[in-house]
Ligand binder design. Sequence first.
Ligand code: PMV
Length: 320
Amino acid sequence: MKAEAQAQPNIALIKYWGKRDHDKNLPAVSSLSVTLDSLWTKMSVDFGAEVGSDTLLVNGVPTPAMEQRVSHCIDLIAGTERDPASIVSEGNFPIGAGLASSASAFAALVVATAAACGKTYATQTLAQLAGTSSGSAARSLYGGIVTLTAGDEHIDVQPLLDPDEWPLEVIVAVTEKGEKPVGSGAAMIRGEKTSPFYASWVKRQDDDFGTAKDAVLSRDFERLATISEHNCLKMHSVMWSSRPPIVYWNSATLSCLETIRSLQSTGHAVFFTIDAGPQVKAVCLPESAAAVMDALKATPGVLSLLQTKLGAGAKLLPSE
Ligand code: PMV
């Protein structure tokens, strides 16, 4: 009747931006991501609660705005004829700020829901179910470096490397605390409909995806750095060229990019990526992590830093 699960957010190096099917929430493009370790979301789902309809508490606060999305995700697993659920979510990092909180939340939600209603699913099926609610959530079912290939009927999510097979680190520079002005779903639709670059973005994605996958399998950091930065800037070009334009960056975002360029010019193994928000994620090798931390800390406009290694996929937590 009740179960709790934990998942970590993931950061895409080859981005998902745009959908081929809105009803099924199927991405238009394949993506490749790293699952993080020290940032987490825990979700508990309790079907035995004495409530008339689903309730959702996020970090102790009732959050009716998210309830419909969460209830729909639970319906996919438990069916619509189910008892109402009390859902409690807790996390140790900001929500809705471009830090992939929906990825860890929906990944944890599908694992907790399946256990709470006594169903056993293959991880791939859970990934597909999570992906129906949030495209990027599918990738958080697995740890380490993960690929998501998009088909016309369903997605296929695969672990490419375990977290300890290539000890990358991710340093997140938080440059703004508030929630983003346009959610990724609405922003993608705008890009699909209005950006003159959208078709070209979709057309070239398989090449970028293939290059990144080869770079990961051969542990070629420089090749992964070049293709990841290129893919990130291309996604933001689609956002910037949408009408009206979507610019998630602030001046500190740009300052972080300058800092990373300067670290690269002094030989550090580091590259940037940026999602639907103003935060900058620096991906680096362990030997460069301290220098990256110091340089980003000294960058104007950086409010705080989060440092993490790569982590595991979503998991069920032991019941109390
Ligand atoms: O899964 P969504 O709907 O939150 O979209 C994620 C979009 C990006 O984070 C910008 C890119 C990605 O692949 O995670």
